[in-house]
Design a protein around this ligand. Sequence first.
Ligand SMILES: Cc1ncc(COP(=O)(O)O)c(C=O)c1O
Length: 376
Amino acid sequence: MSLQKYREMFPILSEKVHLGNCSQSPQSVPVMRAMNEYLENWRIVGMDWDFWMTGVERAKASFARLIHADEDEIAMLSSVSDVTSMVASTLPFGERNHVITTVDEFPTVGHVWHAHQHRGHIELDFASADDKMYTPAVFEPLMRPTTALLSVHHVGYYNGAKQNLKQLAEFAHSNGAYLFVDAYQSLGTCNLNVKEQGIDFLASGNLKYLLGLPGVAFLYVKKELAEQLSPAMTGWFGRQNPFYFDSTHLDFGSGARRFNTGTPPVLAAFAARGGMDLLNEIGLDAIGARINELSEYAVEGVKSRGLNLASPEDVSQKGANTAIRVGDSHAVEVYLMARNIIASARGDVIRLAPHFFSLESEIDQALDAILEWAKH
Ligand SMILES: Cc1ncc(COP(=O)(O)O)c(C=O)c1O
């Protein structure tokens, strides 16, 4: 299918430049179609739990395909905050109760680890790297014999710095620890194979590059690990048979099922499947190559206009997001919005986050408008 045909699946692209995919991707026909399956079933059938549960399982299967995992390694929750809390609720691992994370995680991840430290469940250290590149050497001084988990993002939400996960997994494992990855800012932009990378736990929501809605998030837990863990955060969907209705006994579902909690976010799960199936159909290798082209174009465009680049220059070290230091980023976001350009402000940077459907001319439009703002 041609790029133009794909663009037509996103009606807003005929009116706006949408470079806000690091925050919320545009509405698309496949996602609306999948949501309508749920809405029509609700309208016509009235109540249909079997249909809902099939929808949830299909969304998990689409997510599993996206990261090269098995469906029974995936649990469905509502946000990355929930997913991190779920993983935290499985600690300590034997004698190991020490977590190392970074100051560059999306804050919610740090907040969860803090909360568990306050309750005395874990010990916590924050690593910090001036260039936001987290190599084993950054973590090495903090590693202890009791370290259970290294909690690291794949792509940073602020400037798009992309971490070498394979290297971090090898480092964690060689110290007897596991690797937990927040991949919310990378999934949908590259081909991430959890098996090849050696990832033990992975979290992602669905509304950024995965094209879906708020309200649903996924947790991957490596098969060999999942059944060794007993989460303290739980609910009836975490049981072997949620429909057995026995509140006097606690069992844990097989594989990653044990990490489910209550009634899943069914409508958001339908939407999620619609978006992820589109990405899987196009292919994540092709999408990754296109994102790198656009990234290179954006980095060059920032430099040639004399703007202040906050992202790594080397596209192999960055995700889709190209961040530009502007100071009052909210004012820039509003200025761009008034010109039908969607970009996303965080701290002192404005983030341009294209997706596979984006055009070089759209990046130029956004960069020209930012330059105009800087000069006005
Ligand atoms: C990397 C990353 N992790 C987590 C979150 C927030 O996750 P949630 O709101 O699903 O808890 C964001 C949101 O912007 C993010 O960019």
